[in-house]
Design a protein around this ligand. Sequence first.
Ligand SMILES: C[S@@+](CC[C@H](N)C(=O)[O-])C[C@H]1O[C@@H](n2cnc3c(N)ncnc32)[C@H](O)[C@@H]1O
Length: 228
Amino acid sequence: MDTAQHKARLRQYFNGIGFERWSAIYGQAQLSGVRRSIREGHTTMLGVAEQWAELPPAGTPATALDAGCGTGLFTLALARRGFHVSASDLAPQMAEATARAALDAGLGDRVTSRVSDLEELAGRYHLVACFDVLIHYSSEPFVQMLRHLASLCENTLLFTYAPYSPLLAALHRVGGFFPHSQRRTEIQMIRDRTVRATLADCGFTMGRTQRVSRGFYHVTLVQARRHA
Ligand SMILES: C[S@@+](CC[C@H](N)C(=O)[O-])C[C@H]1O[C@@H](n2cnc3c(N)ncnc32)[C@H](O)[C@@H]1O
């Protein structure tokens, strides 16, 4: 399957059954153990990311991009902090959910939401966020997408990737993080050195990193900064 076909499959998934599943995980519904661990890991990850999302100094526009915004949890967190956020997602249902959530939260004037593949986005933003999106792409498209996100970023890039580890690789070999009945998307592990080299090549320094592991949720959160 080439990248375009893979993206089409992800779009279909996240616009259908995936929308229901992930809205539940990102919402308040009662969940089973597996999904509860994903919610806990994701909530922890977003909490740390929020602390790392610093507003620019006065006089610099506080613009942010949330690429692959899902139901808008981080978009809203950024808007509450004072950012003007451009949110986008490959799946129309996700982009619509974010727009609705912004209106419901009274943050409609700080959020715009659109349907777009992150590689089709243009412009420049002080902060670019992309959480639990690149985890779905193998090394080659991962690098291409990270490079594109870096090109949109003036200052701070925040993203997650699924780090390679022999233990997790073994888990994948015996069936992945999700039980078969619940598995719809595959998680692609990336080597730390690939992430570091890509960022350096794009003029970014890897700043803070944090590994978040809860049950079936395993990511590395990265804060990278553009060189002065
Ligand atoms: C697991 S969800 C994460 C949502 C959100 N970032 C969060 O952490 O709450 C992954 C999201 O990435 C979106 N996505 C996947 N590939 C994408 C791409 N190439 N461009 C934009 N969005 C994409 C999916 O539609 C889905 O909404």
